[in-house]
Ligand binder design. Structure first.
Ligand code: ADP
Ligand code: MG
Length: 681
């Protein structure tokens, strides 16, 4: 059902939802909260820290004063309790004045910041003691928003959607739900958006995560049985071109790269179809391994496709390969770029070359396995940092004819037990070392007051000919979300560093604009790039030596580690500045983990320990993560239970043909269909 059919959603709201890729009521129901705002018991005023949100109970100690500043009316007053006093301010809220008589006692809840050294609570909510008692322990969902669309509007639309009975009937056996005590699906959808308390929210997250894992595992197993029975239509021989390529590189492969390559080479020359995961931390040099496999495929007269999660990355890979071919005179490789952003005529040309087989190394985004792309002899598919590829696209490929060899490249560390369940059908090569010429990145964790010093540092690096990234959590300001955004930050930088060239990059720019900016940054004409996390994966500009991440507390640690991996790729010393807007203990501890480790697996494990199993939604991992709500680090036991149910099911009825399994079969088919349409930036 279209989103506009929901009561209360007019054309304006519809357009805003579309901006968030929410098109149907079902999409909306799966637009899970990013986290929950929790109403905690009030703390003594003296203990409320700046940089965080708190509730305090206080007595109004002076009459409210009103002042104008430009178009705004500012109201201020002070409150106290035996432990201290606090200033409160509101903007444009004249009605508050009559409410807050001197001497009366209320509970105030809001963000506390430092103004000229004094703590101020800005625009707090006001409750009577009784009102707050009712509120305590309730959770308020906080959604990922866009400008003009507030939490309340989303909540209202979700409530309407829930009342429309759109959800399909429960598909899990009742006995299983009883045994495990899991919520029914419908109940889980209600509770994830409107939990009565924390326990209920946890139960909802658990159920919805279970569904994600269960369907994923089931789909993988189904595909695996199809793959195992498929014949290898692309037998290959070893090729001299790959040896020439290795010799011609400006560096020699690390031992780990070499070992991974030999495994792939043996797979390709073997009798069975290859299914291999190449796992290597950021900067370990996975791209060149893909190029070697593509060269071997071309030498054998077949085609290969390399799929990247973003256009920016696809183009970068393409340009690297073109340069490598020119440098090393590899005549048999004919690359072509295929992305959604190509002009119609260039796309037509690319499609023809692919169909005729004149192009034999296709590089692009998910566009390259769409239905309208037909290959002459597609023998190898490589996916780079594209976890969603897992199930859906493989299925699409299978439908296209003889299944190709598959190579999945990822920097995401997957703890072993989970890896076996999630990637059970893949062989694994680990690239466990970085090239030797690298200096460890120097890290620092700072608060917003470091801004001036950070800019001086960036300017100094730019003077020395190097470049910097500045990453923001958001593109533009959004209602109810106080976070650094690309547009304002770029404006501020242009003002404060007027003699440097500053560019911006984010997912809502047109493909051509994005390409231009990335090219300019790669060439060094842009010195400072202000960006969202679109540069998170894969981007390789070795001359960049500073990574500054604003609002760092808003990102997952794995994501921060990926972002940091954009620097330290050359021989120069590189630096990463994690700037956090919050001073809470947990934020500090999380940032310390990053500061003390440059190892992705270690970071993921420590992060999990710190968050613990009671963590609700935590901080959402990057957008192309495999699961929407499930978090492999948090949900180990959920995964195990999903794996068990899937295994026992497949053992009894591998085709899910029995009448009692019809609901599961139906859901699985829909899942495979749906996940093949996944959108990438
Ligand atoms: P990732 O594993 O993160 O995808 P890349 O493949 O982008 O890493 O490689 C990162 C950088 O390291 C690139 O500039 C690449 O040319 C370089 N590189 C790759 N292998 C080596 C090596 N063995 N020695 C030195 N530099 C290398
Ligand atoms: Mg990469």
């Amino acid at each position: 059902m279209e989103i506009r059919e929901i009561k209360g959603v007019g054309p304006k709201t519809e357009a805003l939802f579309h901006k968030l890729h929410i098109f149907t009521a079902e999409d909306l129901l799966s637009w899970y909260p990013l986290h929950y705002d929790e109403y905690l018991p009030p703390v003594p005023i003296g203990e409320a820290c700046a940089g965080g949100k708190a509730a305090v109970e206080g007595r109004i100690s002076r009459a409210v004063s009103v002042r104008r500043s430009g178009a705004r009316t500012i109201l201020t007053t002070d409150i106290d309790d035996p432990s201290g006093r606090l200033r409160l301010t509101w903007y444009n809220a004249p009605y508050i004045r009559s409410l807050l008589a001197r001497g009366s006692v209320f509970i105030f809840r809001g963000n506390i910041s430092l103004r000229n050294g004094a703590k101020v609570m800005e625009h707090p909510e006001i409750f009577t003691l009784h009102q707050y008692d009712e509120k305590i322990k309730t959770l308020l969902p906080v959604y990922g928003l866009t400008r003009g669309l507030g939490n309340n509007a989303v909540g209202k639309a979700v409530k309407e959607a829930l009342s429309m009975n759109l959800l399909p009937a429960e598909y899990l056996p009742e006995t299983f739900l009883d045994e495990t005590g899991m919520l029914a699906e419908e109940e889980a959808f209600r509770a994830v958006h409107f939990p009565k308390n924390k326990e209920e929210a946890l139960a909802a997250v658990r159920r919805l995560s279970f569904d994600e894992f269960f369907l994923f595992i089931l789909a993988l197993r189904t595909l695996r049985s199809q793959l195992l029975s498929a014949e290898n239509a692309f037998p290959m021989k070893l090729s001299w071109d790959t040896e020439r390529m290795m010799e011609g590189l400006p560096f020699s492969l690390t031992r780990a790269q070499e070992a991974a390559w030999r495994e792939i080479e043996a797979d390709l020359a073997g009798e069975r179809l290859m299914s291999r995961l190449i796992q290597g931390d950021v900067g370990s040099g996975k791209t060149i391994i893909a190029f070697l496999a593509m060269a071997m495929t071309a030498s054998n007269g077949f085609q290969s496709a390399l799929m990247a999660p973003t256009e920016v990355l696809a183009r970068q890979h393409y340009e690297k390969l073109v340069k490598l071919i020119a440098d090393l005179k590899l005549e048999k490789l004919h690359p072509v770029l295929l992305t959604g952003g190509l002009t119609a005529s260039r796309k037509r040309e690319a499609l023809r070359a692919i169909a005729e087989g004149t192009a034999n190394a296709v590089i692009g985004t998910h566009a390259l396995i769409e239905d309208k792309v037909s290959y002459k002899a597609l023998a190898l598919v490589v996916t780079d940092e594209q976890h969603r590829f897992g199930v859906s696209q493989r299925e699409l490929l299978l439908k296209k004819g003889s299944p190709p060899h598959l190579m999945v490249m990822s920097a995401t560390p997957i703890p072993r037990t989970l890896g076996i369940i999630c990637y059970g059908d893949l062989d694994v090569s680990v690239i466990g070392e970085l090239p030797k010429n690298r200096l460890p990145i120097k890290n620092c964790v700072v608060g917003p007051s470091f801004w001036g010093a950070a800019l001086r540092f960036i300017a100094k690096e730019a003077e020395a000919g190097r470049q910097a990234y500045v990453i923001c959590p958001m593109i533009e300001p959004a209602e109810g979300m106080e976070a650094d955004n690309v547009l304002d930050t770029a404006r501020r930088l242009k003002k404060e560093l007027p003699s440097y060239s500053i560019g911006i990059l984010h997912g809502r720019m047109k493909p051509a604009e994005k390409n231009k900016v990335m090219e300019d940054f790669a060439e060094g004409t842009i010195q400072i790039l202000v960006s969202t996390t679109v540069v998170e994966v894969g981007v390789d500009v070795p001359n960049a030596s500073v990574m500054m991440i604003l609002g760092a507390e808003r990102f997952g640690l794995a994501q921060l580690h990926q972002l940091r991996g954009r620097v330290g790729r050359g021989t120069e010393q590189s630096y990463c500045i994690f700037m956090s807007g919050q001073e809470s203990e947990t934020v500090k501890k999380r940032m310390e983990i990053l500061k003390n480790s440059n190892n992705g697996l270690e970071i993921a494990e420590k992060d999990f320990e710190l968050r613990g199993p009671g963590d609700l939604l935590g901080i959402r991992q990057s957008g192309d993560a495999l699961f929407k709500i499930g978090d492999p680090a948090r949900d180990r036991d959920v995964i195990v239970s999903a794996g068990k149910l899937a295994a026992s099911l497949m053992e009894r009825d591998p085709e899910l043909a029995g009448a009692e399994h019809a609901p599961i079969k139906k859901r699985l088919d829909a899942y495979m269909e749906e996940s093949s349409k996944t959108i990438t930036l």
